[in-house]
Design a protein around this ligand. Structure first.
Ligand code: TDO
Length: 187
């Protein structure tokens, strides 16, 4: 049982799994292929990822893998909070370059589904934040790409200014959208 909420970008959806609280704590099915299929989401996930960020303001992104190793992602937070972002990077898409961002947290128990064709990134809003996400293909460094998180052409309203965030060297050297390898709209 889960709730599916559309966002302003078609295909990017917020998912809220049911959570059963009781005197011991809670129980929740955090992923059910069947429950997602009932909502028309038919994906095969092949890898689970878990990242830990020590401080608030750690920004990872905007990342994607090119075809044929593209990944859809199902993102959740088991500790702390993030501002999670998906950007449409499909050439020919009516929403090319548009972004959607929302808070994903352990407290809200929500998830973000980022389809193939979108770049993904997040910034931590609390220290010791742990993000756990499923991806539909294996990591492939040759296909791995990063787009600048602060590309003015995209204009993401991050909750931190660029001088406040902590980036990896790869993300510091990322290309703007205009210079990036994109997807085709029909992929
Ligand atoms: C992403 C990834 C990284 N690694 C390794 C490579 C590197 O040595 C180390 C850290 O990698 P990165 O700096 O790319 O990690 P990170 O910046 O956390 O990358 C992640 O960011 C978020 C926003 C995403 O959407 C993910 O798909 C992924 O790109 O982990 C793997 O072994 N498997 C993987 O799937």
């Amino acid at each position: 049982m889960l709730d599916l909420k559309p966002t302003s970008l078609e295909g990017v959806v917020e998912i809220v799994p049911r959570k059963f609280d009781d005197e011991r704590g809670f129980f929740s099915e955090t992923y059910s292929a069947q429950a997602l299929a009932e909502h028309g989401v038919d994906l095969v996930f092949r890898q689970d990822n878990h990242s830990y960020s020590e401080v608030s303001g750690v920004l990872r992104g905007l990342h994607y893998q090119l075809q044929p190793r593209a990944q859809a992602k199902l993102v959740r937070v088991v500790r702390g909070r993030i501002f999670d972002v998906a950007v449409d990077i499909r050439r020919g898409s009516p929403t090319l370059g548009k972004w959607v961002g929302l808070e994903i947290s352990a407290e809200k128990w929500n998830q973000l589904l980022v389809p193939v064709g979108f770049a993904h990134g997040f910034v931590t809003l609390e220290p010791a934040t742990e993000v756990v996400y499923k991806v539909t293909d294996y990591y492939s460094p040759e296909h791995d790409r990063s787009i600048r998180f602060d590309d003015p052409q995209i204009g993401i309203a991050w909750p931190f200014t660029a001088d406040m965030v902590q980036l990896s060297p790869k993300d510091r050297d990322a290309l703007p959208l205009a210079a990036a390898d994109l997807f085709d709209f029909d992929t």
